[in-house]
Design a binder for this molecule. Structure first.
Ligand code: ADP
Ligand code: ADP
Length: 211
């Protein structure tokens, strides 16, 4: 396989960002993530797109999905420029999955399985290093360096109320996407409740097997 084209699925907090960083390092592919792309463009003017709100911010702060038209354009542009990639955070509904099928073929579709209460615990304890983009957790994965610890930030939407709403949106809109790939016969499930290193072992082996 030249550069693998990988899709990583999983609920908010399942560990997609954490494992995507490993995938990028090991397989030398681009990390294409709609969440990061949207956070970097939260106040972009989308009023010409006939949407309910004028910027992505209103949707994201409430834990709702940003309109497909906005997100599809971001992914299409990023995939055109990438050789191999790991796509994280997209597709989040069936319309996006159909759109993706028009854009590219996939070599591997991974699904990280994690139970509901563990997801809430992971998301509310998530912290990010604004300088390196590294993902930490107050309990599971705290930084060793005190200087790093002091500069960690929490995402606006990682408070418990918004987390619960994001999980509701996931069940309603994104679980059908998981079923879509399951029915297609391409979905590879990984037990995402193991330690990050154990999850990575399974993820790596699954990608290598698909090669
Ligand atoms: P996602 O991108 O799917 O939302 P992240 O990779 O950001 O998920 O992980 C969510 C939180 O859970 C982070 O705080 C991360 O450090 C932590 N985490 C990731 N993988 C594991 C794991 N296997 N076990 C425990 N905590 C994890
Ligand atoms: P998580 O860590 O919960 O998986 P992301 O960083 O992927 O979260 O997404 C954060 C927010 O960005 C979502 O709650 C949603 O508002 C918006 N977003 C990200 N990807 C998409 C998408 N594919 N479609 C619509 N909205 C999206």
């Amino acid at each position: 396989m030249a550069q693998p084209r990988i899709l990583i699925l999983g609920a908010p907090g399942a560990g997609k960002g954490t494992q995507s960083a490993n995938i990028v390092e090991e397989f030398d592919v681009e990390h294409v993530t709609t969440g990061d792309a949207l956070r970097a463009n939260k106040d972009m003017d989308i009023s010409d797109m006939d949407t309910e709100y004028d910027t992505p911010r209103e949707y994201m702060d409430q834990g709702e999905l940003v309109p497909d038209e906005v997100v599809n354009a971001i992914v299409d542009e990023a995939l055109t420029q990438a050789d191999g990639f790991v796509l994280d955070g997209y597709p989040r509904n069936l319309e996006q999955a159909e759109e993706l099928e028009e854009m590219t073929d996939l070599d591997v579709v991974l699904m990280l399985d994690v139970g509901e209460e563990e997801l809430v615990h992971r998301l509310t304890g998530r912290r990010l290093d604004p300088e390196t983009g590294e993902i930490y957790h107050v309990e599971y994965n705290p930084p060793e360096d005190e200087e790093v610890e002091e500069r960690l930030v929490q995402r606006d939407d990682d408070d418990e109320e918004t987390v619960r709403e994001r999980l509701r949106v996931y069940h309603e809109n994104t679980e059908p996407v998981v079923e879509y790939y399951e029915e297609e016969g391409t979905l590879e499930r990984v037990d995402g409740e193991q330690t990050p290193d154990e999850v990575w072992e399974d993820v790596k082996a699954t990608i290598e097997d698909a090669a």
